[in-house]
Design a protein around this ligand. Structure first.
Ligand code: 8OZ
Length: 364
C-alpha cells in the first residue's frame, strides 16, 4: 500500500469522502443567542471542508443535554436553520459533514439546566470534573438519577435530533457515546450503579446506547449513523472496571445494527494512547463497517496503521484548530501550525476563523 492511499476517496455508507482524513468533533463555545451556530461557524467549517469528513462539534439534543456555555443545539427550528447554512457551505466546497449528537448527562451545571434543576445521570454520583459556564471553569453540579420512565424521553430526544440534523442538511450523525457524557456514564460502572434494566451487567449498561442507536438508525438510516466511543478514557471522571467485556459486547451489537462507523478514542482523550491495556483491534475485528481511529494520530502513525489495515479513517482533532487546510498540509508534507490555548473555548473570530491556510507558494 502506498502513502497516497490516505488521500484517496473512501466510500462511507452511501457517500464518498474525498480522503480518509476526518475532522474530529471540537467544542469551541461560540454559538449565538438560542444556541444557534452563526456566521463565524459557517466560515470555520467551510475553511476545513477539505477534510474527507467533518464531524461537527458536540451539539446538544435538548436543553437538558447541555453542559457548557454557548454550545450549539439541534432541537429548535432556529438551530436547524443555522446549521443549514453550515452544511450548504461545506457541501458547496465538496465537503461532507456529520453532526455529533450530544447529551452531557451529569457533566453540567444548574445554571444551564431547565428551571435550574439538577443535571441528570444514571446514578446520583457527582463527576469529578469541571465545566465551562459564565466564562470560567467550575465544578459540575450534583446530579440526580434518571427515573426509569424518563428514559424513553431521552431516546426520543436523540431520535428527533437526528431527524433535525437531516433536515439541516447533514450527511449523517455521530452519536456521542464517549468522554464521560450521558451514554458513556451508563456504559461505565464507576458512574452507573443502577439496579434496573439499565445497570448491573454488561448488557444492561449497554442498553441505553443501543436503544438510542437503534432509534437513530431507524429514523435516518443505519448507513448515515455513526457512534463515538472511548473505552478506556477517564475523561470527565468515568471509570470502567472491565472495559474490554463492556466494549466487546457493545461493538458486536453495533455491528448487528449495521451502522456506518464506530469512531474509537484510543486511550485517554487528548492524552496518552496507552493508559491501560485494551485490545482495540478486537473492536475492529468485531465491526464490519468503517473503523475511525482517533487520539494522538499524526501522519506517520495514520499511514502505518492504514497500511497494517488497523483502521479505515483517521480523525484528527487539535491539528485542525490552527490548520484549516490540514489535508493539504499533510499531503504536501508542510509544517503544521500550533493553536493558542487561550482562544479555544468561547470568544469570536480570534483563534477560530483567523488561522490562515498555508500560502500556496510556501508549500514545499
Ligand atoms: C472539550 C471541552 C468541552 C467539551 C468532548 C464535547 O470531550 C467534548 C468537550 C471537549 O467530547
Amino acid at each position: 500500500m502506498t502513502d497516497k492511499t490516505l488521500f484517496e476517496p473512501y466510500e462511507l455508507g452511501n457517500i464518498t469522502l474525498a480522503n480518509r482524513v476526518v475532522m474530529a468533533p471540537l467544542t469551541r463555545n461560540r454559538a449565538g443567542a438560542g444556541f444557534v451556530p452563526g456566521g463565524l461557524a459557517v466560515e470555520y467549517y467551510t475553511q476545513r471542508a477539505s477534510a474527507g469528513l467533518i464531524v461537527s462539534e458536540a451539539t446538544q439534543i435538548s436543553q437538558q443535554g447541555q453542559g457548557y456555555q454557548d454550545t450549539p443545539g439541534i432541537y429548535t427550528q432556529a438551530q436547524i436553520d443555522g446549521w443549514r447554512k453550515v452544511t450548504n457551505a461545506v457541501h458547496a466546497r465538496g465537503g461532507r459533514i456529520f453532526l455529533q449528537l450530544w447529551h452531557v448527562g451529569r457533566v453540567s451545571h444548574i445554571n444551564l439546566q431547565p428551571n435550574g434543576q439538577a443535571p441528570v445521570a444514571p446514578s446520583p454520583i457527582r463527576a469529578l470534573t469541571k465545566t465551562f459556564v459564565n466564562n470560567g471553569f467550575v465544578d459540575v453540579s450534583e446530579p440526580r438519577a434518571l427515573e426509569l420512565d424518563e428514559i424513553p424521553g431521552i431516546i426520543e430526544d436523540f431520535r428527533r435530533a437526528a431527524a433535525n440534523a437531516i433536515a439541516a442538511g447533514f450527511d449523517g450523525v455521530e452519536i456521542h457515546g464517549a468522554n464521560g457524557y450521558l451514554l458513556d456514564q451508563f456504559l461505565k460502572d464507576g458512574a452507573n450503579t443502577r439496579t434496573d434494566a439499565y445497570g448491573g451487567s454488561v448488557e444492561n449498561r449497554a442498553r441505553l446506547t443501543l436503544e438510542v442507536t437503534t432509534a437513530v438508525a431507524k429514523e435516518i438510516g443505519a448507513n448515515r449513523t455513526g457512534i463515538r466511543i472511548s473505552p478506556v478514557s477517564p475523561a470527565n471522571g468515568v471509570f470502567a472496571s472491565d472495559p474490554q467485556a463492556q466494549f466487546d459486547y457493545i461493538v458486536e451489537k453495533l455491528d448487528e445494527l449495521g451502522i456506518a462507523y464506530i469512531h474509537v478514542v484510543e486511550g485517554a482523550t487528548g492524552g496518552p494512547r496507552d493508559v491501560s491495556p485494551f485490545d482495540f483491534e478486537a473492536l475492529r475485528r468485531k465491526f464490519r463497517n468503517t473503523y475511525v481511529a482517533n487520539n494522538g494520530y499524526d501522519l506517520e502513525l495514520a499511514k502505518s496503521r492504514l497500511a497494517e489495515g488497523k483502521a479505515d479513517l483517521f480523525a484528527f482533532g487539535r491539528p485542525f484548530i490552527a490548520n484549516p487546510d490540514l489535508v493539504e498540509r499533510l499531503t504536501a508534507g508542510a509544517p503544521l501550525a500550533n493553536f493558542e490555548q487561550a482562544t479555544l473555548y468561547g470568544g469570536g473570530a480570534a483563534g477560530y476563523t483567523d488561522y490562515p491556510a498555508i500560502a500556496a507558494s510556501s508549500r514545499p
